[in-house]
Design a protein. Structure first.
Length: 335
C-alpha cells in the first residue's frame, strides 16, 4: 500500500488540502481581526459563550460570533488534514530530511498559532502579541505549502528509489554562497516588514497616515510611535521591490542550471509588486475590508515564494549519487 503510486498521490492531495485549509483559516483570522470579532465567543476557549456548538439561531443573530466560531472550527480541520499528510509523508518519504523538517515545522507552527489564538481570546493581548500571531500564521502557511512542494518532489524520485534502492536528492547543486546569503537575508527583512505592518494595524493606527508614498501627517499625538513605524514599513516595502528585482536578475543568469530558482524569484517579484499596489489601495480606500484582505493575502504568497527560493538555494541534504552507485543499486534490487 505505502509503495503504491496511489498512496503517494493521496499524500500529495492531502498535503495540498492542508495548505489550502491553512490559507482559509488565516483568511478568516484576518477577517476576524479586521471586524473586531475576536471576542465574538467571549473570553472563552474552546467554548463559545459557554457552548461547544452554538445554535444556528444564535450564530445568525451575531456576525462577530459567526466569524469567530468559523475560525475556531477551521483549526481542528486543518490539524486533522495536516496530521494525515504528515503521517503519510513520513511513512513514504521518511528517508528524505526535507520531509522530516517540514513535517515538524508545519505541526509546530500550526499548534503555536492555535495556542497564541487561544491566549489572545482569553486575555486582551497587546498589539505586539497580535502581530506575533500574524507572523506565526504566515510561517505555518509557508511550511504547509513547502511540505506539499517537497512531497511532490519526493514522489518524483521515489520510483527511482524503489528501482535502485538509492535516494536521489530533492534539490540540484547549490548556487554560490553569496546568492544563498542574499536569498536568505531577504526572508527576515520581509518578516520584519510584515510584523511592523501587522503591529500598525493592530494598534488601530492603520488609517491615520494617508500620504503617498510616505505618510505626510505630523503632530498626531496618539500615534506618534506608529508614524515612525509606518515610515519604516513603507521604506522596507520599496526596498523589497528593489530586492526582488535584483533576485530575478541574479536567478536569470542561473536559469539554465537552476530554473526552479528563477521561477520562484519571478513569483516573488510579481507578489511584491502586487503587495505594493495593494498597499496603495489600502491607503486610498481608508483601509477598506477589500483592500485589507487583499493586502494580507498577497503577502502570504510573497513570503512563501521568497522562502522557497531561499530553501532551494541550500545544498542538497542527500548528496547526488554517482551513476555507478545507481546501477549497482538496480542490480541488487533486481536480484
Amino acid at each position: 500500500m505505502i509503495r503504491s503510486r496511489g498512496f503517494g498521490t493521496l499524500v500529495f492531495i492531502v498535503a495540498i488540502l492542508s495548505a489550502v485549509q491553512n490559507f482559509i483559516v488565516n483568511g478568516i483570522g484576518f477577517l476576524d481581526a479586521y471586524t473586531g470579532s475576536a471576542f465574538g465567543c467571549g473570553h472563552e476557549w474552546f467554548l463559545c459563550n459557554g457552548q461547544v456548538l452554538p445554535s444556528l439561531q444564535t450564530l445568525e443573530k451575531s456576525l462577530s460570533m459567526f466569524i469567530e466560531f468559523m475560525h475556531r472550527v477551521g483549526v481542528p480541520i486543518l490539524t486533522a488534514l495536516l496530521l494525515v499528510s504528515a503521517v503519510g509523508a513520513l511513512l513514504r518519504y521518511r528517508g528524505w530530511r526535507e520531509i522530516q523538517l517540514f513535517v515538524g515545522l508545519s505541526i509546530f507552527f500550526v499548534l503555536l498559532e492555535a495556542v497564541l489564538g487561544g491566549l489572545a481570546v482569553v486575555y486582551s493581548e497587546p498589539a505586539s502579541v497580535i502581530a506575533t500571531h500574524f507572523g506565526v500564521s504566515l510561517l505555518a502557511f509557508a511550511c504547509t505549502v513547502l511540505l506539499a512542494i517537497y512531497v511532490r518532489r519526493a514522489e518524483r524520485v521515489y520510483g527511482e528509489y524503489l528501482e535502485s534502492g538509492v535516494k536521489l536528492p530533492l534539490r540540484d547543486a547549490a548556487p554560490s554562497v553569496s546568492f544563498r546569503w542574499f536569498a536568505w537575508l531577504g526572508v527576515p527583512i520581509l518578516y520584519l516588514d510584515m510584523y511592523i505592518g501587522a503591529y500598525i494595524s493592530s494598534s488601530g493606527a492603520g488609517d491615520a497616515f494617508r500620504g503617498l508614498p510616505f505618510p505626510a501627517e505630523s503632530g498626531i499625538y496618539d500615534f506618534h510611535h506608529a508614524l515612525l513605524l509606518d515610515w519604516v514599513h513603507r521604506s522596507f516595502a520599496l526596498f523589497l521591490v528593489l530586492w526582488m528585482i535584483v533576485l530575478v536578475a541574479w536567478t536569470r543568469r542561473l536559469r539554465g542550471e537552476r530554473p526552479d530558482l528563477f521561477r520562484g524569484a519571478v513569483f516573488a517579484l510579481v507578489f511584491v509588486v502586487l503587495q505594493a499596489c495593494s498597499g496603495v489601495y489600502l491607503i486610498v480606500s481608508h483601509v477598506s475590508i477589500q483592500a485589507f484582505m487583499l493586502h494580507v493575502s498577497i503577502v502570504s504568497g510573497l513570503f512563501v515564494s521568497l522562502l522557497y527560493v531561499a530553501f532551494q538555494s541550500v545544498p542538497p541534504l542527500i548528496p547526488a549519487p554517482s551513476r555507478a552507485s545507481v546501477d549497482v543499486g538496480r542490480e541488487r534490487t533486481a536480484h
